[in-house]
Unconditional design. Structure first.
Lengths: 123, 525
């Protein structure tokens, strides 16, 4: 049976979260929403998650710190797509070195994001 | 008893000489008395007592002279009595009368002369002590003082005047040697210790000529020459001198010109070293301006960064929502419930964006700028001082004229100062191609009807082309390679927000003229 892909959205901004949620729904996927990295780490049944859309700058743990925590864990990590308004080279390099699948600037390019998601889910 | 002092105690001649003269006078009196009494010479012999009086006048006091006169008159009368008894000889009586009159008149003259001499001595002493007091003040003063001989330079200036020179400044521009020539014509008569110290502890001989010490481009010296040329009675100005060790000092120069032209050979020149004061003031102005600029820049920077971030979230969400909405619509059949959800979120996020902008604006208007009463002339002077190095670097003459009875305005200092800095900077840049001696910024401050005060800034640049004049105050209009073109646009809106205005035109006499009208009381919400 073909399982509907589940995408985790980690962003502290409600508008962004809801817009991405609807976008993912329109692509025919499911999404799980998290308002912070901490909330994500505390959540159950993370194994079902196929891909992550993560905001870089959040209060508390940042997207990069979340990536570092996940890298230390033994469990297999889903591909991470980062989104940020501050797309400086240093942050981008840090994210890519940490194994990010993609690094997108905000506001997100809709087609780019959709393409990116499809590629990540093929993995 | 003082009344018995008959001999003048302040004798000026040696005692022996005086005794000789007195003896001679006495012998003469005795001889006259003998001849007058015992001979039959029919002439006014008694008049010869006058000689006795004159001889002893120098030695005797006033009382002594009076006594001597009395003695001489008594002797004359005795002689007459002895020779003529009680006979009424008309000729003899006339002779006696003439003699007594001569003696009395001589006495009166001697006393008058005596008193005049005493007065003279007193005046002289007063003059001497006054001169001493002046010397003491001159020597001891902590203010650098010179006595200079301006008679030659004055004569040469007056010669120029008689040759028809009217504008000395223009003459000085046309004759580059003029200033040096004038300086050479002013020898120093005397300088006090403080003066030598100001010049860097030079010896009194070296202070003779000021040639070495006056900065070559010093405008103040020319101003001083103009003051003499215009027969002014007083001069005060700020000048630059170069001390013996090569450092430059700012001095306050005061010169009081004598009323009597013949006294121009000893004119007092005072100098006060104000280098420290000026530097401190300049540093203060600069620090204030920098602080104002920095805090403004910091505010604007911080504000725009946070504004950009705040707005980015809802705007980004709106974009995603709109594109997702498109996808729901493109489905067959369209998912209208989802479309409606997307549209709702778009409306909500748009509202959020506009709320952010509104709250930013209200936060900005809460930062109440300070309204204060200020003199526009002072503000212009302060701004000039602030930009002095820029002005001198570009060799720009700066003049301010204020109409009489200009009152203070209530305004926001930093705003007006920013406008002035903008206008002065523009003027300086506009005159880059103007010959140095013609570069001038003229600021006029005058009443603008009942509206407030008009401040005009006129340069001697090429003026504004019709094209530039049309777009001058529009944002991003610039004639400069490195300029955003926001300066004048911001200046105008800043002034207009306070009830003022800013206009530009070409002056009929050449150059660009910017006029701002500052209301008496700035509008302040």
């Amino acid at each position: 049976m073909h399982k509907t892909p589940v995408i985790a959205i980690v962003d502290d901004d409600r508008s962004i979260r809801e817009a991405l949620d609807d976008l993912i729904l329109s692509c025919g996927y499911h999404s799980r929403l998290f308002t912070s990295a901490e909330e994500y780490l505390a959540a159950q049944e993370l194994a079902s998650i196929d891909c992550m859309l993560v905001d870089v700058k959040m209060p508390g743990l940042t997207g990069l710190e979340l990536q570092a925590v996940l890298n230390e864990q033994d469990a297999l990590k889903p591909p991470m797509i980062f989104m940020t308004s501050y797309s400086d080279d240093k942050t981008r390099a840090a994210a890519m070195t940490g194994g990010a699948f993609a690094f997108l600037g905000k506001p997100v390019n809709f087609d780019q994001l959709v393409q990116c998601l499809e590629q990540a889910l093929k993995q | 008893m003082p009344s018995l002092v008959l001999v003048n105690p302040k004798r000026r001649l040696s005692a022996r000489y005086e005794i000789g003269i007195l003896s001679f006078a006495f012998a003469l009196a005795t001889t006259v008395f003998y001849l007058d009494t015992f001979t039959d010479i029919h002439s006014a012999l008694a008049t010869l007592y006058v000689i006795t009086l004159l001889l002893s006048a120098e030695t005797l006091t006033e009382r002594g002279t009076l006594l001597m006169t009395a003695v001489c008159i008594v002797l004359s009368i005795l002689s007459y009595a002895a020779a003529h008894g009680t006979d009424a000889d008309l000729a003899a009586i006339l002779r006696l009368t003439v003699a007594v009159a001569a003696i009395s008149i001589t006495c009166a003259l001697i006393i008058r002369n005596h008193r005049a001499r005493l007065d003279l001595i007193k005046f002289n002493a007063a003059l001497q002590s006054s001169e001493e007091r002046y010397r003491t003040i001159f020597e001891q003063s902590r203010v650098a003082l010179w006595e200079r001989d301006y008679s030659e330079v004055r004569a040469s200036l007056m010669r120029l005047k008689s040759q028809g020179v009217v504008d000395l400044r223009a003459y000085a521009r046309d004759n580059p040697d003029f200033i040096a020539d004038c300086i050479a014509r002013i020898p120093t008569v005397a300088a006090n210790a403080a003066a030598l110290e100001v010049l860097g502890n030079v010896s009194a001989q070296n202070a003779g000529s000021m040639r070495r010490y006056i900065a070559h481009d010093d405008e103040t010296f020319l101003d001083l020459m103009v003051a003499i040329f215009d027969n002014q009675s007083y001069f005060e100005g700020k000048g630059t001198i170069i001390t013996s060790d090569g450092t430059t000092k700012l001095v306050l120069l005061t010169v009081g010109f004598p009323v009597d032209v013949s006294n121009f050979n000893r004119v007092i020149v005072g100098m006060f070293d104000i280098t420290e004061r000026e530097l401190a003031q300049k540093a203060l102005f600069e620090a204030q301006a920098e602080l104002a600029l920095a805090s403004r820049a910091a505010t604007v920077g911080a504000l725009s960064a946070s504004l950009a971030h705040e707005l980015n979230q809802p705007l980004g969400a709106i974009v995603v929502n709109a594109q997702t909405l498109q996808r729901w619509l493109d489905r067959d059949p369209p998912d209208l419930a989802a479309v409606s959800r997307s549209a709702e979120r778009i409306a909500r996020d748009s509202q959020r964006a506009s709320d952010i902008i509104r709250s930013t604006r209200s936060m900005l208007s809460e930062r109440a700028p300070v309204l204060e009463a200020m003199s526009l002339a002072n503000l212009v002077n302060e701004t000039q001082a602030l930009m002095q190095s820029e002005l001198s670097k570009n060799r720009i003459t700066f003049e301010t004229s204020e109409a009489p009875a200009i009152t203070n305005v209530t305004a926001i200092r930093i705003e007006l100062q920013q406008v002035l800095i903008n206008l002065f900077t523009n003027a300086i840049q506009a005159m880059a191609a103007t010959p140095e001696e013609l570069r001038r910024i003229s600021v006029t401050i005058e009443p603008a009807g009942g509206q407030g005060i008009r401040v005009g800034v006129l340069d001697t640049g090429p003026g504004l082309s019709p094209e530039v004049l049309k777009n001058l105050f529009k944002p991003f209009c610039t004639t400069k390679k490195t300029g955003l073109g926001m300066g004048l646009a911001i200046c105008r809106s800043m002034l207009e927000a306070r009830g003022g205005s800013l206009t530009a035109s070409n002056h009929p006499g050449g150059g660009a003229l910017f006029e701002m009208i500052v209301p008496m009381e700035a509008v302040h919400e």
